[in-house]
Design a protein around this ligand. Structure first.
Ligand SMILES: [Zn+2]
Ligand SMILES: [Zn+2]
Length: 757
């Protein structure tokens, strides 16, 4: 009897572009097994022949020790009819069906590749596009799938003989590395001035030249692997100011790129958690406290009026080489005009950024999916991780909930922090943060992303989901698209979508207990046509019901209300406080708003606006220069807090409403009596946290879910945990940002679990 058997192994998940096939190849040789491995539309397929025991050990080793940057979602092993193989081979991709696979995000440059570009004896010395199976751009250069060189923009460059031999050598760490290249065969860089004239400098001298320009106070537009960045010397206050003025970004903080962990640690204290994130394969911007800062740059210019700072480490060969040449922190901010999407094309960069940048570093690798840097923060007391922006390194995969449905669904999200969620197959994809749809360029990228998702996955959705707000560009686009594609479109209320996003992230839909949903943000159209934003819901048995909210106050002057915190104060102030408010307006404005408020019918329960009112009352911010500024400035006033010494400014009323005006006017009494501002803000947050537990207690609910932009406030999150985490189960967004970036995913979850169409 034949002792040898043949098995078919299927592995799905993030398994392409991560060195899976070469890994399998090497392992099969170790176990003396013959067969083949290939990529297809589902993942990795292995046919393997040998002794049953050997195959089983091979299989278990593979599943337990997969390649470093892979993520296995499902795997199976099945005996099939016997096949004779003479050896083990990697065979070309075989795509027979539509894509059903997780996409591969970009990976930050690995330590081994980093060492090579430092090493003057290495053939990749100074080569900015040094990558291997563990690192380099993936999604940024993807045209279509499976992930093979020929489906990416790097295919324009043919591997030289040496690179080819690495690619073919099973003992080489670049065996089957799809992004393999070197300075002979690969991508070239060029340095131009702002008129587009190329400077005649040898390739290997370019980064030194850029470093000297930066030292001299110049601004550089640098094409990175995921888009252009604007860079300048962070220690040169004059240049930073110039960059602010030219970019029309007057006070929004800039992120700082440190050349190394060592230099970063010399300047600022970071903890283990922050270090982990800064050095992860995603390498996001991490927001850290400025306390104990010992560096050379003027914090006031980099992050005006804030006690925190966004920092990151080089994540590409390009940034690493610049860091090596410069050895000092630089400002690295998205290459765009204020509010527009990040730029990725050489020609466009010069057209748009020539007024800002003195020099341009271009390269000839096409970026097919431009992305911003992702941003995370950890709360001080509990180290709770909050995603502020989910983009490079994370998107477009969404790991988590397994969803079983026959429908293909596309959800078009909100408006200010737009994203798109798509469920075309067994996987769910959530696009990177796309931005504020008021900007034409953002809208353009948004619509292209929707169409691209449909193209890449070769499927149109059967159902489109949009926000209830008829004026959101995403809603209007969804209606257009539904006509074009002849598919159904459904509206989902903004805050219910937020709630569903947390329920989905923690798989709470099928459990029996009632969940309290605390959904607080800036704005969202409510079911009664007012502007909601301070909502309490309950979830039970596939139903979300609104329980209560903050007491309504007047919503004035449309969009202006979100931009001018003094208007929220004006709307909430009682007669006594009004006397203070008056000084914040001109005589004429005062007259206009007084008339306006008498005729006004639009109401709001927005907690975001309540934060605004408090910031204005305390003279911290009357007019925002960027979205959410007032709330950020408030949080930044808090150095520390002690729950023992906190007091509340109001409690929940018997009819369950929260007396918004009473809260503000009680807070004012403290302000009038000269209580320290930090203390007042701490009390304010304590009031909010206490209100939540009062509602939970009245309702006898033990599970509480939080979502909405307000929960980006890390002090509030710490307080909630400190007060309630022993008695209650608390759920926050974890793989998604708490802000409107989670609306698209929430719409999808709401549709799947709470709607019967
Ligand atoms: Zn590498
Ligand atoms: Zn080469």
């Amino acid at each position: 009897m034949n002792k040898f058997k043949t098995y078919k192994i299927i592995i799905t998940g993030q398994v392409q572009g991560v060195g899976f096939r070469p890994h399998v190849y090497v392992l099969a040789h170790e176990y003396h097994l013959n067969g083949t491995v290939s990529n297809n539309e589902n993942g990795v397929i292995i046919y393997i022949t040998g002794l049953k025991e050997s195959i089983y050990s091979f299989y278990s080793t593979l599943i337990n020790n997969p390649p470093k940057v892979s993520k296995i979602y499902k795997h199976s092993l099945k005996e099939i009819s016997f096949i004779i193989f003479n050896d083990f081979q990697i065979i070309p991709s075989q795509k027979n069906n539509k894509l059903n696979l997780q996409l591969t995000p970009d990976f930050a440059i690995c330590e081994t590749c980093k060492k090579e570009i430092y090493d003057s004896n290495n053939r990749r010395y100074n080569y900015p596009f040094t990558t291997c199976v563990n690192c380099g751009p993936r999604w940024a250069i993807t045209k279509t799938f499976p992930f093979e060189r020929k489906q990416t923009s790097i295919d324009e460059f043919e591997m030289c003989e040496t690179c080819k031999s690495e690619y073919l050598n099973p003992n080489d760490r670049r065996f089957h590395s799809q992004t393999n290249s070197c300075s002979t065969c690969g991508i070239s860089i060029s340095l131009c001035d702002f008129t587009g004239v190329t400077l005649k400098i040898p390739q290997k001298e370019i980064f030194k030249k850029i470093a000297s320009f930066i030292e001299k106070g110049k601004i550089i537009a640098l094409k990175n692997t995921s888009g252009y960045l604007l860079c300048c010397d962070a220690t040169n206050a004059e240049t930073v100011k110039k960059l602010r003025e030219k970019k029309k970004r007057l006070s929004k903080p800039f992120a700082i790129l440190y050349p190394s962990l060592k230099l970063l640690r010399r300047d600022i204290k970071i903890n283990e958690q922050q270090k982990e994130a800064l050095t992860s394969t995603e390498k996001p911007i991490v927001i850290i406290s400025k306390a104990n800062y010992k560096g050379d740059f003027t914090l006031q210019e980099i992050a005006p009026n804030l006690n925190q700072l966004g920092v990151m480490l080089p994540y590409s060969g390009i940034l690493q080489l610049l860091a090596n040449a410069l050895e000092k922190p630089i400002v690295a901010t998205s290459g765009n005009l204020h509010g527009s999407p990040i730029i990725s094309e050489n020609k466009v960069s010069v057209e748009v950024l020539r007024e800002i940048a003195n020099y341009f570093l271009h390269h000839n690798l096409e970026i097919t999916n431009p992305q911003d840097d992702s941003v995370v923060k950890f709360s001080t007391k509990f180290g709770h991780e909050i995603l502020f922006r989910r983009s490079r390194g994370y998107a477009p995969n969404y790991f988590g909930t397994i969803i079983k449905t026959n429908k293909k669904i596309m959800a078009l999200g909100g408006h200010l922090k737009s994203t798109i969620a798509f469920l075309p197959n067994d996987y769910l994809y959530v696009s990177s943060y796309l931005g504020n749809l008021d900007h034409f360029d953002v809208y353009d990228r948004f619509t292209k992303t929707a169409l691209k998702f449909a193209t890449i996955f070769e499927r149109k959705p059967d159902v489109l989901l949009i926000d209830k707000h008829p004026q959101y560009q995403s809603s209007q686009f969804g209606i257009e698209l539904s006509k074009k594609w002849e598919v159904d479109v459904f509206e989902i209320q903004h805050h219910k979508a937020h709630f569903a996003s947390v329920l989905g992230e923690h798989e709470l839909f099928n459990q029996k207990d009632t969940v309290l949903g605390v959904i607080w943000d800036g704005t969202g159209l409510g079911e009664d046509s007012n502007i909601w934003g301070g909502e309490f819901f309950t979830y039970r048995a596939n139903q979300i019901n609104r329980l209560t909210s903050f007491e309504y106050f007047d919503w004035l002057a449309g969009d202006k209300m979100s931009k001018e915190p003094r208007l929220s104060l004006f709307s909430l102030a009682n007669a006594e406080v009004q006397t203070i408010v008056k000084s914040k307006f001109s005589e004429k404005e005062w007259g206009v708003y007084k008339t306006l408020i008498k005729q006004n019918k639009l109401k709001t329960s927005s907690v975001g606006r309540l934060f605004d009112a408090v910031a204005s009352l305390l003279n911290i911010c009357d007019i925002n220069t960027y979205e959410g500024e007032a709330a950020i400035l408030l949080e930044n006033r808090i150095i520390n807090y002690d729950l023992e010494t906190c007091k509340t400014y109001c409690t929940v009323l018997d009819n369950y409403t929260i007396p918004t005006k009473l809260l503000l006017n009680n807070l004012y009494q403290d302000f009038k009596n000269g209580v320290d501002k930090e203390k007042i803000i701490v009390n304010f947050l304590y009031t909010l946290a206490s209100i939540i537990y009062q509602v939970a207690k009245k309702q006898k609910i033990k599970k509480i879910a939080f979502s909405g932009g307000v929960f980006q406030n890390s002090v509030l999150v710490d307080m909630l945990k400190e007060i309630g985490q022993n008695e209650y189960e608390l759920f926050f967004n974890r793989n998604l940002a708490p802000n409107d970036e989670n609306i698209s995913y929430g719409q999808m979850m709401y549709y799947l679990k709470c709607m019967n169409d």
